[in-house]
Design a protein around this ligand. Structure first.
Ligand SMILES: NC(=O)c1ccc[n+]([C@@H]2O[C@H](COP(=O)([O-])OP(=O)(O)OC[C@H]3O[C@@H](n4cnc5c(N)ncnc54)[C@H](OP(=O)(O)O)[C@@H]3O)[C@@H](O)[C@H]2O)c1
Length: 295
């Protein structure tokens, strides 16, 4: 397949590039502000530049476009919601329309933050989205514009993405922050009133590429099988590192003064993707074991 990865310098995008190349595909990438250090054709592109995007589609005779580009800072989306809607909401629809017009498969990443967090059990794809902050609302808008403009897109909702960045080889996201805290000898309060099913970027990218190869379309939740609090996640990271948990404290997000509200419970039910691909999603411990060298 000839694959274009939008947002190739991001955590997920870098993993999609790496897995797609490993699986023998021809890969082209775009980046926004900083070029990743991949040895492949790379183009600077703001995903709102639709004419330039259409030129790339024609120039590279693509089979698949994977959109990993997004405004992912939840609090920034709250303070600049117009930009959030342009990048996360409107642009994906325009990208999908261009792909539809050129008979190209469109894969799009979304988020667990489309949910309001009031469930007691993991959210399924048929649960009603009800975002509680601008980031989630803009991403839900993106899902809907993609579904309007492409006849059979693949849309995957992820949760708490972390992993090894495949351009820099650096551990990225929550485990990197926890490790930094431990190395600095800092007391580290971690929330016990938030529940997530962390998505490792590497295992997620593998699902995206395999699903694209099999021309799977529809809406899927792609995350680990483990529904945990950040506190529990931190403890598992310590175990995987062989480090003491003595610096970890039970913390709460309730009293925090942040621009954007976070839902308390956004664990994702992954049975639909497991059934469709005929394989189990990893547990959190399996995902952490897969990046043990980086930990
Ligand atoms: N991170 C999470 O915890 C999480 C959770 C659930 C779902 N997701 C979703 O997963 C996907 C991948 O996220 P990630 O964790 O890989 O995030 P990331 O590392 O922040 O990557 C996002 C990339 O998008 C680029 N970007 C931002 N604005 C752009 C624009 N206008 N045009 C083109 N590119 C632009 C960024 O480039 P610059 O930095 O150069 O601007 C960055 O490289 C996103 O759709 C996100 O919503 C993430």
């Amino acid at each position: 397949m000839r694959v274009l990865v939008l947002g190739a310098a991001g955590l997920l995008g870098s993993n999609v590039v790496s897995i797609a190349e490993d699986r023998g595909h021809d890969v082209v990438g775009t980046y926004h502000s900083t070029a990743p250090s991949f040895d492949l054709p790379l183009y600077e592109l703001d995903v709102r530049e639709n004419e330039r995007f259409r030129e790339l589609l024609i120039e590279h005779e693509l089979d698949v476009v994977v959109n990993c580009a997004a405004l992912t800072d939840v609090d920034s989306c709250e303070s600049d919601s117009r930009l959030a809607y342009e990048v996360n909401g409107e642009a994906p629809g325009e990208l999908a329309a261009a792909c539809e017009g050129n008979d190209i498969v469109f894969v799009h990443a979304s988020t667990d933050y489309v949910f309001d967090g009031t469930n007691a059990d993991p959210y399924t794809e048929t649960d009603e989205p009800r975002p509680v902050q601008e980031y989630g609302a803009s991403k839900l808008d993106g899902e809907r514009t993609v579904q309007s403009y492409h006849s059979n897109p693949l849309i995957v909702r992820l949760s708490f993405v972390y992993g090894v960045h495949r351009s820099t080889d650096e551990l990225t996201g929550f485990p990197a922050w926890v490790r930094g805290q431990l190395e600095g000898g800092e007391e580290t309060p971690l929330f016990v009133d938030q529940h997530i099913t962390p998505s490792r970027a590497g295992s997620t990218a593998e699902v995206l590429v395999k699903a694209a190869e099999q021309e799977v379309s529809g809406l899927f939740h792609v995350a680990s099988r483990s529904c945990v609090t950040p506190y529990e996640f931190g403890r598992r990271i310590c175990e995987a590192m062989g480090a003491s948990t003595s610096l970890l404290d039970e913390g709460s997000q309730a009293g925090l003064d942040r621009p954007a509200t976070r839902p308390e419970y956004t664990c994702l039910d992954v049975s639909k993707v497991e059934d469709r691909l005929g394989r189990a999603q990893p547990t959190l411990d399996e995902d952490l074991a897969a990046i043990s060298d980086a930990l």
